[in-house]
Design a binder for this molecule. Structure first.
Ligand SMILES: [Cu+2]
Length: 127
């Protein structure tokens, strides 16, 4: 969320760097992270809706994303694609599913009192 710090841990016995930038834009940080070093608490000067690309330049396969939201209702899917968002009041919501390559999908979801249900967002991909 805007103003929140991003904590990065390095429990590896290997040096990394933490290089973050707003997707396609400004650089936020490029910090060394010593093997088994202290946690880094990085201030993300980003706005709701921004996607932060976080890479390690030592190990190019290390790449993650942080999506900045102006509300606490979000989840990261598991390996099976499942997710859960708790604490929503009854109402109608827009659920946005985001994938770094396939983009975003928006779905309208109605939540009833005490309701628990399932919603599926499908992405298509043509190689
Ligand atoms: Cu690394």
């Amino acid at each position: 969320m805007p103003g929140q710090k991003l904590v990065v841990k390095n429990s590896d016995g290997t040096f990394h760097n933490v290089n973050g930038q707003v997707h396609g834009g400004k650089s936020l940080w490029n910090k060394p992270h010593e093997p088994k070093g202290a946690d880094l608490a990085l201030e993300a000067k980003a706005s709701a809706g921004d996607v932060i690309d976080i890479v390690c330049n030592v190990h190019p396969w290390m790449h993650s994303y942080a999506l900045v939201q102006d509300h606490p209702y979000f989840a990261v899917t598991g390996e099976d694609g499942a997710f859960e968002i708790k604490g929503l009041a009854p109402g109608t919501y827009t659920l946005e599913a985001w994938h770094p390559t396939l983009g975003a999908k928006s779905l309208t979801v109605k939540i009833g009192q005490g309701a628990k249900g399932a919603v599926t967002a499908r992405f298509s991909y043509k190689p």
